[in-house]
Ligand binder design. Structure first.
Ligand code: NAD
Length: 417
């Protein structure tokens, strides 16, 4: 008998397991990957945000991982956290959500609360998950309390974790709503009740579309401010002093990770397929943000040109290849596109990243030595990710030429994006 079964033990599922264990719940983890299940049962974490010690604490609190979906039979609540990548037509690929439902559906008993946390288009919980679960379980709508709760996990954020980030929860009937609210209230500090599943699904998409669009805004502006010879980073600093009505976003080499470049597509796809027109802000943001790696490479080319050097044969060092600072996650990192473009032009591309043992980009060379030694032999160093380990002032002093795509340098020697 479990208080909670978490389906999908990745970046989203595992922190939920950890927090629920801390809250004293009896938790079982269900995952299709034998590697994940065996690793966790042996005390090994496979996600950045959770240490082996934390997995050990989960096991000590009674957690077990399994691939046997019958574990949901006696559960009080089941939360689904499986991946929703982009499909070929630009919408969410719901294969994992559907397969998770097919796995658990036949074992569900009456009254078990089911919550979907995977990011998806509005309508998925009511139109895809509910019919599947009702058909497979043989349960009626009143016997199957179903809710949606968007995950807001921010990997590497030392201030906001699952517990102190308000949790939005939506269900389409009052009884399910109360079950879902009461369940999450055991685990997180603040539960925010949504009017229904569609509103809860859409809230997540608004949050990420807002970030995507605002990042695109500054990414477009940084280019022409550079040409106008106005320090855009200083402009942002000044605007940020306004205590209301302005939130600062900063330019960079592109957007990465599992959410920002992907989630807004779920909404634009839904609008296009259901209503027949586009979501122009998302399309424009996509175009601008995805062109940033090419812009970074054009700046590298210009900096080499100033030194009377060609890209071909020059050594370009990329510092930080992950999509966020201080984590090892490389998913959708724009560094990949930057490296490929430089390699295509014939550069010798070295990379350095204290969080990445092996970067699977054919043709790049790992700088195994001290970062300043690597910087010393590069024709151009590109700071792509500002990991805490990097001493920016020292980098600026040691580099023959430094392109800072994160606006962290303050001296006159470095070139900011
Ligand atoms: N990573 C983030 O920062 C983040 C933040 C917010 C929301 N999300 C969303 O949360 C969802 C999960 O993302 P994630 O990053 O945790 O993915 P992940 O790839 O880290 O983990 C998913 C896990 O689900 C397992 N799985 C796949 N199909 C399964 C099935 N049918 N049954 C059981 N287990 C299955 C996989 O083996 C894997 O261990 C996605 O919809 C994602 O968009 C992710």
């Amino acid at each position: 008998m479990s208080d909670l079964v978490v389906v999908g033990l990745g970046y989203v599922g595992l922190p939920l397991v950890a927090e629920a264990c801390r809250a004293g719940l009896q938790v079982t983890g269900l995952d299709v990957s034998p590697r994940v299940v065996e690793g966790l049962n042996a005390g090994r974490s496979h996600v950045d945000d959770l240490s082996d010690e934390q997995v050990g604490a989960m096991l000590a609190a009674g957690f077990t991982a399994t691939s046997d979906a019958s574990c949901v039979a006696e559960a009080d609540a089941v939360v689904i956290c499986v991946p929703t990548p982009l499909s070929a037509d630009g919408g969410p690929d719901l294969a994992a959500v559907e397969s998770a439902c097919r796995g658990i559906g036949p074992h569900l008993g009456p009254g078990t609360l089911v919550v979907l946390e995977s990011t998806t288009y509005p309508g998925t919980t009511a139109e895809v998950v509910r019919p599947l679960l009702e058909e497979l379980s043989g349960l009626g709508p009143d016997e199957l309390p179903l809710a949606y709760s968007p995950e807001r996990i921010d990997p590497g954020n030392p201030t906001y974790g699952l517990k102190n980030t308000p949790k939005v929860v939506g269900a389409d009937d009052p009884a399910a709503q109360e079950r879902a609210r009461a369940f999450y209230a055991q685990v997180v500090d603040t539960v925010v009740v949504a009017r229904g599943t569609r509103e809860a699904e859409s809230a997540k998409l608004l949050e990420n579309t807002y970030r995507h669009v605002n990042i695109a805004l500054v990414n477009e502006m940084v280019r022409f401010f550079h040409e106008l010879d106005i320090d855009f980073w200083e402009v942002i600093r000044l605007a940020s002093t306004k205590p209301f009505g302005f939130q600062a976003f900063t330019p960079g080499p592109g957007v990465g990770g599992h959410c920002i470049p992907i989630d807004p597509n779920y909404l634009s796809h839904r609008v296009r397929t259901q209503l027949g027109y586009g979501f122009r802000f998302v399309e424009l943001a996509q175009e601008i943000n995805s062109s940033m790696p090419a812009y970074v490479v054009s700046r590298v080319t210009a900096l080499l040109n100033d030194q009377e050097k060609a890209v071909r044969g020059s050594t370009v060092l990329l510092l930080g290849v992950t999509y966020k600072p201080d984590i090892a996650d490389q998913r959708e990192s724009p560094a990949l596109d930057v490296a490929k473009r430089l390699l295509q032009l014939g550069a010798r591309v070295e990379y350095h990243d204290p969080h990445v043992e092996h970067w699977d980009v054919a043709g790049t060379v790992r700088a195994d030595d001290d970062v300043l030694a690597a910087v010393g032999r590069a024709d151009v160093t590109v700071l792509l990710q500002h990991h805490a380990e990097y001493d920016v002032a020292a980098l600026e002093q040691s580099a023959a030429c430094l392109l800072d795509t994160r606006g962290r340098t303050t001296g006159e020697k470095a070139h900011r994006l």
